[in-house]
Design a protein around this ligand. Structure first.
Ligand SMILES: N=c1c2ncn([C@@H]3O[C@H](COP(=O)(O)OP(=O)(O)OP(=O)(O)O)[C@@H](O)[C@H]3O)c2ncn1[C@@H]1O[C@H](COP(=O)(O)O)[C@@H](O)[C@H]1O
Length: 110
């Protein structure tokens, strides 16, 4: 489920590169260009940091999850704009995980 949604969302983001910017937020970001997309990544990063600071003294971490989703979403738009996708980042994380030997340790402990 979790990686499926990344894959499906990435497909939609790719399609939005060719869509009209009138009715699509993502198409409007692509049309405005990389600097606008990076501006959004920066804004969402700050909002995520502030939400994390609030979350430390709260039982309700919903706002932090919401802001993190905004941040992940805008980084996916950034990757798509540069002809990359979530699989590139997931492959890199998998490479690091395998390098560290954690995968082997995790399967032994199951
Ligand atoms: N997951 C998202 C998603 N998350 C956040 N957002 C938008 O990201 C924006 C970020 O919030 P802000 O408050 O900063 O936005 P804003 O003030 O409208 O933006 P700016 O004018 O500052 O750029 C909001 O407009 C949100 O609606 C998203 N917009 C779209 N998606 C997905 O992308 C798909 C394609 O979207 P469209 O291109 O709009 O069809 C959708 O089906 C969704 O699955």
């Amino acid at each position: 489920m979790s990686t499926d949604i990344l894959t499906e969302l990435a497909k939609t983001l790719e399609q939005r590169k060719l869509a009209s910017s009138d009715s699509s937020y993502v198409a409007s970001l692509h049309a405005k260009g990389l600097n606008k997309i990076l501006e959004k990544v920066g804004e969402e990063s700050i909002e995520t940091i502030l939400a994390a600071k609030d979350a430390i003294n709260s039982d309700d971490k919903t706002h932090l999850v919401y802001e993190t989703a905004d941040l992940w979403f805008h980084t996916l738009v950034m990757l798509s704009h540069l002809d990359l996708g979530p699989e590139d980042v997931l492959n890199e994380l998998a490479r690091r995980f395998n390098l560290s030997g954690l995968e082997e340790k995790a399967s032994r402990s199951q």
